[in-house]
Write a protein of this length. Structure first.
Length: 208
């Protein structure tokens, strides 16, 4: 049976990348059947369809231990502090993920998820943020790094004015070493950079 699950993110997701998007004790893409719960992880909300009957149910610690025991008996020797081999075992016997209460951990979303789509993306207030986070040349390096990281967070949570692919492109650009130099300029005069100049050109070129 197909059901809808949700994923809250702080950064736009253009496509699934097993090297970037899969994490946790049980490596996978973490989702939940609760919209409200998903929103606690990020302001960008996605929905998707999964096959509920293809998920291995873990109700408690005892279930987890039984899974690990079965994996070992079938040659999947686990390492302490990791469920990687448990996941490998479940994939081999046909499971697409793990269900823990309202949480659904998807092993290979690029293969098993259907109808992945953006549901909600809230705009941030840049002017309010800048008032509270001024970056001065005299500030310590730690504070400069914090300010830059905070602004990166704001950009990642940016609203839906532009496409997901563009926002992902912008985020990756600004997270590069060259992009961080641009961030320092943006911090000093955000209105200029978000209305024209390099940032606007970057976005408009990607939207074409």
């Amino acid at each position: 049976m197909q059901i809808t699950v949700f994923h809250g993110s702080k950064a736009p997701i253009a496509n699934f990348d097993s090297k970037k998007n899969l994490s946790g004790y049980y490596p996978g893409f973490y989702t939940t059947s609760s919209e409200d719960k998903a929103r606690t992880f990020g302001s960008i909300l996605y929905s998707m369809l999964i096959n509920d009957d293809k998920f291995y149910v873990l109700n408690d610690l005892q279930d987890s231990e039984l899974l690990k025991k079965s994996a070992r008996e079938n040659g999947f020797l686990s390492t302490q502090g990791s469920g990687y081999q448990d996941v490998a075992y479940l994939k081999k016997i046909g499971y697409e993920g793990i269900k823990r209460g309202i949480e659904y951990i998807i092993f290979e979303p690029e293969k098993t998820v259907n109808d992945f789509q953006l549901r909600e993306s809230k705009e941030m207030s840049f002017s309010k943020w800048i008032e509270d986070n001024k970056l001065e040349e005299s500030d310590s390096n730690n504070n400069k790094v914090k300010c830059i990281n905070d602004l990166v967070q704001v950009i990642r949570d940016w609203g839906d004015k532009y496409s997901i692919s563009t926002r992902t492109f912008v985020w990756e650009h600004l997270n590069s070493s060259k992009g961080k130099e641009l961030l320092k300029k943006i911090l000093k005069n955000p209105k200029t950079y978000f209305s024209n100049s390099e940032f606007k050109k970057l976005v408009e070129n990607e939207e074409k």
